[in-house]
Design a protein around this ligand. Structure first.
Ligand code: LMR
Length: 394
């Protein structure tokens, strides 16, 4: 049987992790995978998470199953974190999932179960794994314009023009904040225009929100998602705790549906439970439990928020420094977008050839589309990157 299997192309982001690891140069710089790193290059366990884990170790007296949807307290805390009071709780069905990717996968399965003819519309570009999972599930996929390659900002006219052509019942996948891979985000007036188009076409918005708190702040980053949830009759939301709680390997995420017809909520809830059962049965609990402890304990929550805010402000400072270095070295404002992009990523608009040259000559690792992870930099390496980019012809 196994002789029929063929070698598969590796995931480019994960392959880059290996390439970086194998590079013996001491001065190498990792701007690849989207994992937060502090100025010393470490991905720390957040203080509040560590404190919650210690409490949990003392208190937990069973590892028995929790429930197909995960712990209700986790679901409630995450619905509140993502949606605030944008919608009534009885409009929301939710299920804990193995990470944000688990939620994305379940979201697509939910969509095709509800509408077997669904086409999924993704931004050009989007996180490569969106496309990879859609291809794996054999779901028809189309792209809508999103990023202006020349100016490295959102091509909003193009985006609206394409979204207006989406047919009723199709899924439009939007990034809640901190767009991956570009770092170019919608303003609130632009979100409002997107809502108007979605209302007009009857397309179903799906939001992937994986970096809440990394852009403009916890609430500001959720504003677009909340507006969509309040304004569109049916919404799917996939949220991740990997980044904002730093619990990457614990696989902690949540899938939510919002339906303003509350007579549908219970059926949605049952469908999410069914999908969990078919794919992996019970979602992982450890990460979800410590996240819940952090969100529901006022002291832990305050400490987590403070640390997250430091992380966010640190990345903003690096953005400003990098934009300043580029300005100094190029004598132009053509990289000013680095300071206006938000979140962990910025797409620099370099050719693949330049990206390879940076890797070979300078040991600077970014994905082939010239996406950099801002958190991979520190005050000392920012000028190194800026000079290398300009020297490479950027
Ligand atoms: C990324 O885009 O680098 C992160 O979301 C990590 C991943 O799984 O790809």
């Amino acid at each position: 049987m196994f002789e029929t299997l063929k070698e598969l192309p590796g995931d480019k982001i994960l392959a880059l992790m290996e390439l970086y690891r194998d590079d013996p140069r001491a001065e190498k710089i990792d701007l690849g995978v989207g994992v937060y790193k502090d100025a010393t290059g470490k991905t720390p366990v957040m203080r509040a998470i560590k404190a919650a884990e210690k409490q949990l170790w003392d208190q937990q007296d069973s590892k028995s199953y929790v429930g197909l949807l995960g712990d209700k307290a986790f679901n409630d805390a995450m619905v509140e974190l993502v949606l605030g009071d944008a919608v009534a709780r009885d409009t929301v069905a939710s299920a804990a999932t193995p990470g944000g990717t688990g939620a994305v996968r379940q979201a697509f399965e939910l969509a095709v179960r509800a509408n077997p003819d669904v086409t999924v519309h993704v931004s050009n570009p989007t996180w490569p794994n969106h496309v990879s999972i859609l291809t794996y599930l054999k779901l028809p996929t189309q792209t809508y314009r999103y990023f202006d390659e020349d100016t490295c900002v959102v091509d909003f006219d193009g985006m609206l023009e394409d979204l207006k052509k989406v047919k009723k019942g199709d899924l439009v996948l939007l990034h809640g904040c901190c767009h991956n891979p570009t770092g170019a985000n919608l303003s609130m007036p632009q979100w409002r225009e997107v809502v108007a188009v979605l209302q007009e076409t009857g397309a179903i918005p799906m939001i992937d929100i994986a970096y809440q708190g990394f852009g403009d702040g916890l609430d500001a980053d959720a504003e677009g998602t909340r507006l969509i949830a309040a304004s569109c009759p049916e919404v799917i939301i996939a949220a991740s705790c990997s980044k904002n709680f730093g619990v990457y390997r614990e696989r902690t995420g949540i899938l939510m549906t919002v339906t303003h017809d509350t007579s549908r909520t219970a059926i949605n809830q049952g469908t999410l439970a069914f999908l969990n059962r078919q794919n992996y049965s019970f979602p992982p609990d450890h990460g979800a439990r410590v996240v819940t402890m952090v969100l529901t304990d006022p002291e832990l929550r305050a400490d987590w928020k403070a640390e997250l805010e430091d992380v966010r402000l640190g990345m903003l400072k690096l953005r400003e420094q990098l934009a300043g270095e580029f300005q100094k070295l190029s004598g132009s404002d053509r990289f000013a977008f680095v300071a206006t992009h938000r979140g962990m990523f910025s797409r620099l608009g370099l050719t693949e050839e330049m990206v390879m040259k940076l890797r070979k000559d300078n040991g600077i690792y970014m994905t082939g589309d010239s996406r950099i992870n801002i958190a991979g930099l520190n005050a000392q390496t920012v000028p190194v990157l800026a000079k290398a980019v300009i020297d490479a012809g950027g």
